[in-house]
Design a protein around this ligand. Sequence first.
Ligand code: NI
Length: 161
Amino acid sequence: MAIRNVREIGDEVLEAECRPVKKMTEHLSELIDDMFDTMYNAEGVGLAAPQVGVLKRFCVIDVTGEDPYVLINPVIVEQSGEQTGYEGCLSVPNKTGEVTRPAYVKVTALDRNMQEFTLEGTELLARAICHELDHLDGVLYTTKVIGDLKDVRNDDEENED
Ligand code: NI
């Protein structure tokens, strides 16, 4: 396991459409482990494959530090409501901005055994799912910010994903 280099805004890999994962391999499994390490090391709540330079449709999410999910080829199948709040991204360091997301989302995905599962989320989990899935389509939250992107002050607590 290892910490991977996180690509930053301006890197074209962050704006590309990712391709579906066809099968689990040892290489991919290692990459997933590394992505968890990288996310926890940076105190993020999610990390998508393009952020480590891999154009495949998967991401890791853990909004509590104790509830890790791998979402492979994820698809949002249901969403409702709205929430507006501040969001950050490990690929956009020291910045934050307000984004409106669904209040609730339901996603189907494959787990690391390539078995389909369903995940439902509200609040931060719903926000993280939407944010990470956007990465798989080459979309950064900065394109959805209401008003201006702000600098994160050191005394603020921000959730970076
Ligand atoms: Ni992000």
